[in-house]
Design a protein around this ligand. Structure first.
Ligand code: SF4
Length: 249
């Protein structure tokens, strides 16, 4: 199947079945989304949604968060991963929002990345979700699922995956495709054992094609046979070696 066709099937399927996919993080404004996304690095959305209500109530604006300190913020986020660093980042981010960006969350990806705790992935989430810009954030799910389905080839870094997705996906689907890939990775195409048996994408998934077809089985069989042949040859050579040693004595 051509890569272009895979993209077409991917977009067709999800446009029909998940036309309204959105982030599972809870937020009501760009500032809250920025805080939630910074917190969500290497943590689950479920956990973040447990801590943000109290955090947002205590610090509803960049100004109030900027006036706080890492120790105080830590108390609200202690149950998320890396709470020390994230507390420092949140206060630093809020300070910079106030001093450099008029307390507004910037829309430019480069400006966003100047904020403490904000890398390319977080910047792309904000740009696409808040400002509807043609950007796609690549997290671990997006990275894995894109590669498995075959939307990307030989893409070994998040940036390489991002570039290929941006190149082939229709621009208007970039923002939502991020959610399609995340949700599919979170609930079906799991990292350790993808649930291929219940996955509706098998008919155009490259990973499935490789691991479930006659050709794959034949390849696997051939590999087993090769291994057995090599073992046989080794045994034969060992026996000859032993024989030669005996004769030498
Ligand atoms: S068929 Fe399997 S590997 Fe492919 S997308 Fe579905 S779950 Fe993932």
């Amino acid at each position: 199947m051509l890569k272009k066709e895979r993209y077409q099937h991917f977009v067709d399927y999800f446009s029909k079945h998940q036309p309204d996919a959105v982030t599972e993080l809870h937020y009501t404004n760009p500032f809250q989304l920025l805080v939630a996304v910074i917190l969500s690095a290497q943590c689950t959305d479920k956990r973040i949604n447990q801590v943000t209500p109290a955090l947002f109530t205590k610090f509803p604006t960049p100004e109030l968060l900027a006036a706080s300190d890492a120790d105080e913020v830590f108390g609200y986020i202690r149950s998320v991963s890396y709470p020390n660093n994230k507390a420092k980042h949140l206060v630093g981010m809020a300070k910079m929002l106030v001093t450099d960006f008029g307390s507004q969350v910037p829309s430019d990806v480069n400006d966003l990345q100047k904020l403490p705790g904000v890398g390319r992935k977080t910047a792309n989430v904000i740009a696409s979700v808040v400002y509807d810009m043609p950007a796609i954030a690549v997290d671990t799910h997006v990275f894995r699922v894109s590669n498995r389905i075959g939307l990307t080839t030989k893409a070994t870094t998040p940036l390489a995956v991002e570039k290929q997705l941006v190149k082939y996906l229709p621009q208007e689907t970039l923002a939502i495709a991020h959610h399609w890939l995340i949700l599919h990775g979170r609930y079906t195409c799991l990292a350790r054992s993808p649930k291929c048996e219940v996955c509706p994408l098998t008919w155009f998934c490259k990973y499935y094609e490789i691991t479930h077809t006659e050709a794959y089985l034949q390849k696997a069989e051939a590999a087993v046979k090769r291994k057995a042949d090599l073992a046989k040859k080794k045994k034969k050579l060992d026996a000859i070696g032993k024989e030669l040693k005996k004769r030498a004595v």
